[in-house]
Ligand binder design. Structure first.
Ligand SMILES: Cc1cc2nc3c(=O)[nH]c(=O)nc-3n(C[C@H](O)[C@H](O)[C@H](O)COP(=O)(O)OP(=O)(O)OC[C@H]3O[C@@H](n4cnc5c(N)ncnc54)[C@H](O)[C@@H]3O)c2cc1C
Length: 116
């Protein structure tokens, strides 16, 4: 961990911080790059191998808890899917789905720059 612009500049002289002092740096020697298209294809194949169906073009309008171990997912066109549970991976739109059922994730915004 490199606290402050001078420490970051000393550790990474090739970075141009534009005089910013309120900058911290982290060097992760175990970091790497994931090819998003290949990773998503692998995840999709792994899910399919376990009996999951992937529904593209299914905008979720609302999630309706039906009690322990039962939930309805209402999509575009009024189609409803029932399941024992759901995993919501809606990124920045997650709270739009959670708010109506009274469960909102706290948001914590920060500016991160990544150098490879
Ligand atoms: C400009 C930019 C550049 C970035 N560059 C990098 C980078 O170089 N490297 C890196 O590692 N990360 C990068 N990121 C971050 C990366 O994109 C995110 O961390 C990652 O996409 C998050 O994945 P996710 O699956 O959680 O959410 P998302 O990728 O946001 O996926 C959420 C999906 O849910 C869908 N969705 C939302 N609401 C509904 C609904 N009601 N019904 C159905 N679908 C819905 C959305 O359409 C979306 O497809 C970048 C982000 C941005 C904005």
């Amino acid at each position: 961990m490199f606290r402050g612009g001078p420490a970051v500049s000393a550790a990474f002289p090739s970075l141009r911080l534009g005089g910013r002092a309120a900058v911290d740096g982290v060097l992760d020697r175990g970091g790497g790059i994931i090819m998003a298209d290949k990773a998503l294809s692998a995840a999709r194949a792994a899910a399919a191998a376990r009996g999951c169906s992937v529904l593209d073009g299914f905008p979720v309008e609302k999630i309706v808890p039906r009690g322990a171990g039962a939930v309805d997912v209402v999509g575009g066109g009024g189609r409803t899917l029932s399941a024992r549970g759901v995993v919501i991976c809606a990124g920045a739109w997650t709270n739009k789905l959670l708010e109506p059922i009274g469960s909102v994730l706290a948001e914590n915004s920060s500016l991160l720059e990544t150098a490879f």
